[in-house]
Design a protein around this ligand. Structure first.
Ligand SMILES: [Cu+2]
Length: 167
């Protein structure tokens, strides 16, 4: 083998090594994993009579449900859940529940952070994905599709089982 040829081969090998080394920059493996996903049972919204909207006196009944899961981030950079959607609901929102002065309330949050090398749990009484305006009843054992969008990890699809509320 000529010296010129072996130098060419060496540089080709070095280029390959370089490509592998920078690969994570443009094809990062999903650092986010989603565990223990479940949704509350719920009843689809009845067709409003005369266009009446849902009563605000019954916020957790008549057409809403919530989804919970644990987000794990194996990466070295914080990621954020920024949106959710499911075909079973008119809207899917990121919410947090809290109890202040004995009164439970919840509000929308713009995103849910998942720390680098850490996890964030969505659970009853805390963070959740709110399914607003159910288009179908969610019965125990049903499986529903959910799409989550992350700032870094992009879009992830999962299937969520409807379970009884844990006591
Ligand atoms: Cu909510």
């Amino acid at each position: 083998m000529s010296k010129r040829k072996s130098q060419f081969r060496l540089s080709a090998v070095l280029m390959l090594v370089a490509v592998i080394a920078i690969a994570p920059a443009w094809a990062a493996p999903a650092a986010i994993s989603i565990e223990n996903a479940w949704a509350r049972p719920g009843i689809a919204t009845a067709a409003p009579a005369g266009g009446a909207m849902q009563s605000s006196a019954a916020p957790m009944k008549g057409g809403n449900s919530a989804v919970y899961f644990i987000l794990k981030n194996a990466g070295t950079t914080e990621d954020r859940l920024i949106a959710a959607s499911s075909p079973v609901a008119t809207k899917s929102e990121l919410h947090i529940s809290r109890i202040e002065n004995g009164v439970a309330s919840m509000r929308a949050v713009p995103d849910i952070a998942v720390p680098a090398g850490g996890s964030t749990e969505l659970k009853p009484g805390g963070l959740h994905v709110m399914l607003v305006g159910l288009k179908q009843d969610l019965k125990v054992g049903d499986r529903i599709p959910l799409e989550l969008r992350f700032a870094r990890a992009g879009v992830m699809q999962l299937t969520v089982e409807v379970k009884m509320m844990k006591q």
